[in-house]
Design a protein around this ligand. Structure first.
Ligand SMILES: *Cc1c(COP(=O)(O)O)cnc(C)c1O
Length: 374
């Protein structure tokens, strides 16, 4: 199966985008022109609306991939004299510790296995033991495994301890609800090329305005200073430094399409159907998902590497690629795995075709996993 001549990307970003989104890039814009200033304003407003947030929040786009937004969020909002408790159950949590190390912000780590959730009581205990921890940083969907972390529960513990929450909502934002009434947070970071189905090159942080306003002069860097970036947008509507003009145009189209599809609820429902079809189909072939269903976010599914003697991941990858599907190698450290994404311009029929492609690739390898699955 292909789309516009390209294989479907079963990867959690970059992902398969619609022709409409791709076509939105076929123009040139002057970055200081009125039409581009209006485009920037529309994107910022649509992000707040898509999240169902009130006017106490503002969206600050930043050039770059998702990690740029995470780094911008941590460096802008963390006080050099305080510290952050980072909740780790995968590679993206570990990356935030590395960011804080590089920018000189103190962290404490609460790490659990990549297939496990954090214990809210332990979070409360760690915060009580260290009053200098001003913030907790959590990840909504840890894309390393595809696990769904209970952000609302974590937010309640953080609020009860009188601390502030920041969220890496990268891989779920736009499809998984983050109701600010249930989840009290100061900032969340995400990017254009995940559940909003834009093209890569743009990220953003949605901030509580009061927290952002208080962070003036705190960032240890210039280009990723969210406070200054925000003041720029609020001042003359322009980006401080060269914006990715075509990427923003594609993202505006993607946000319009997201709203037309029915917003977060409809996008999430489509991905949940994709995920269910994928898991059921792959199980039928003898593959075993790493996570129990209750922990699985409908974003990306990690499967254990089967122990059949004829099974070879590279052969599966190449077999599926030849049939028009690109999958992902595993990222977790605790088991041999591979991953298949459920997000992007994909529906149930695409996922059924992907399972067929996996079945044909297995047949080619002579690896019948049924009954032999570990
Ligand atoms: C994709 C992703 C990021 C950002 O990764 P980039 O490669 O910089 O876009 C950060 N956190 C999570 C959970 C992600 O899924």
């Amino acid at each position: 199966m292909t789309r516009d001549g390209d294989p479907l990307l079963l990867t959690p970003g970059p992902l398969t985008t619609t022709a409409t989104v791709k076509r939105a890039m076929l123009h040139d814009w002057g970055s200081r022109d009125e039409s581009f200033i209006a485009m920037t304003a529309e994107v910022r407003a649509r992000l707040i609306a898509a999240a169902g947030l009130g006017e106490e929040f503002t969206a600050v786009p930043i050039q770059g991939s998702g990690t740029f937004a995470v780094e911008a969020m941590l460096g802008t909002l963390l006080d050099p004299d305080a510290g952050a408790l980072i909740l780790v159950n995968g590679a993206y949590g570990r990356r935030m510790i590395e960011i804080c190390r590089r920018i000189g912000r103190r962290t404490e780590t609460y790490a659990v296995k990549e297939t496990e959730l954090h214990d809210p009581a332990e979070i409360a205990r760690l915060l009580a033991a260290d009053p200098d921890l001003s913030h907790v940083v959590a990840i909504q969907c840890e894309t390393t495994s595809g696990i769904l972390n209970p952000v609302a529960e974590i937010a309640a513990v953080v609020a009860a301890a009188g601390r502030r929450l920041m969220i890496d909502a990268m891989s779920g934002f736009g499809a998984l609800p983050l109701d600010s009434n249930a989840v009290s947070f100061d900032a969340l970071a995400a990017s254009s090329n995940k559940c909003f189905q834009g093209v890569p090159g743009l990220a953003f942080v949605i901030c509580r305005i009061a927290a952002l306003a208080a962070a003036k002069g705190r960032a240890p860097f210039l280009s990723l200073d969210l406070h200054d970036q925000w003041r720029g947008f609020e001042g003359n509507g322009q980006w401080r430094y060269t914006p990715p003009t075509q990427v923003l145009a594609a993202f505006r189209q993607a946000l319009r399409d997201h709203a037309d599809e029915g917003g977060v609820a409809a996008r999430g429902a489509r991905y949940r159907r994709n995920c269910a079809v994928l898991i059921e189909g792959m199980k039928g072939l003898g593959f075993e998902p790493l996570l129990p269903e209750a922990l699985q976010a409908p974003i990306i599914v990690t499967f254990r590497r089967p122990n059949h003697p004829n099974f070879d991941f590279d052969a599966l990858y190449e077999g599926m690629k030849a049939r028009g599907f690109v999958i992902y190698p595993g990222k977790i450290t605790e088991a041999e795995t591979f991953r298949v994404g459920c997000i992007g311009d994909l529906d149930e029929a695409d996922m059924r075709a992907a399972v067929m492609a996996a079945a044909d690739s297995l047949a080619e390898m002579g690896a019948d996993l049924r009954g032999a699955a570990a």
